[in-house]
Unconditional design. Structure first.
Length: 251
């Protein structure tokens, strides 16, 4: 029994590692590729980076409901990551703003709900989430860091390779999700209603002071964070090029 418990923890940590490795591989350096290689404007870079925000807002209204009512979480994760791999691969070969934006928007709709699905799957498989979730979730942060170090060390920021590496990682994640323990839907198929899309019980949580403060601070921190993700890597690369040119001029 203890061996099985440890084995599940290891499998969940790997799931978290791949989940955030995928995102960290392409998202932070996306602006550098769009700006330096495809010569997109700052407005266009911002719009493409904002696809994840739109995906996070839109996708729970239908993908979250599907996962909760009709299919096992691990199967939904596998399907979303498999489809996401195809979309990332297609996006990596496009250079026009309109088509690239549309493909990454579709990808965001597929990927963003997987963040919540991996959490819910982990909670259902853990015996004591208060003690176990932290050490498991931290591997997601490690995956994000490893992805950044990999792309940076290989000097791939200004290329489409991060998208292709993320596509490969998504395929691996899709296959891996199918090996996870079965997590059938908690709620059976129910009659569709507006209340099912906007659950009243969830809104009552905002009456709790701690939850309201947490939600507000999370919302506020995401505003500067979005600017950081979209433009910091591009800015640092441009500063580095200018410094190199200055040094070569003086030498």
């Amino acid at each position: 029994m203890e061996f099985m418990k440890k084995q599940i923890k290891i499998r969940l940590t790997l799931m978290m590692f791949f989940e955030y490795f995928i995102w960290g591989t392409w998202y932070v350096t996306l602006g550098t590729w769009l700006g330096q290689s495809l010569h997109f404007s700052g407005r266009q870079i911002g719009l493409v980076s904002g696809t994840t925000a739109i995906g996070a807002i839109v996708s729970p209204f239908f993908i979250g409901l599907i996962a909760d009512r009709f299919f096992a979480s691990q199967r939904v994760l596998a399907a979303l990551h498999g489809l996401g791999a195809c979309l990332l691969l297609l996006a990596s070969s496009r250079s026009s703003f309109g088509l690239l934006y549309f493909l990454l928007l579709l990808y965001a709709v597929c990927y963003m709900p997987t963040l919540a699905l991996t959490n819910s799957l982990a909670f259902r498989l853990m015996r004591d989430p208060k003690l176990e979730f932290g050490p498991i979730r931290v591997l997601g942060t490690v995956g994000w860091i490893v992805a950044g170090l990999l792309i940076g060390s290989l000097r791939l920021e200004a290329t489409a390779m991060p998208l292709r590496i993320a596509a490969l990682a998504s395929l691996i994640m899709a296959a891996y999700c199918l090996t996870l323990p079965d997590t059938p839907p908690l709620a059976g198929p129910t009659k569709r209603s507006l209340r099912g899309v906007f659950p009243v019980k969830a809104t009552k949580l905002f009456l709790e002071r701690s939850f309201a403060i947490f939600t507000l601070t999370s919302f506020l921190i995401c505003i500067p964070l979005q600017f950081y993700y979209a433009f910091t890597n591009l800015f640092l690369n441009e500063i580095g090029c200018r410094l190199n040119r200055s040094v070569q001029h003086y030498l």
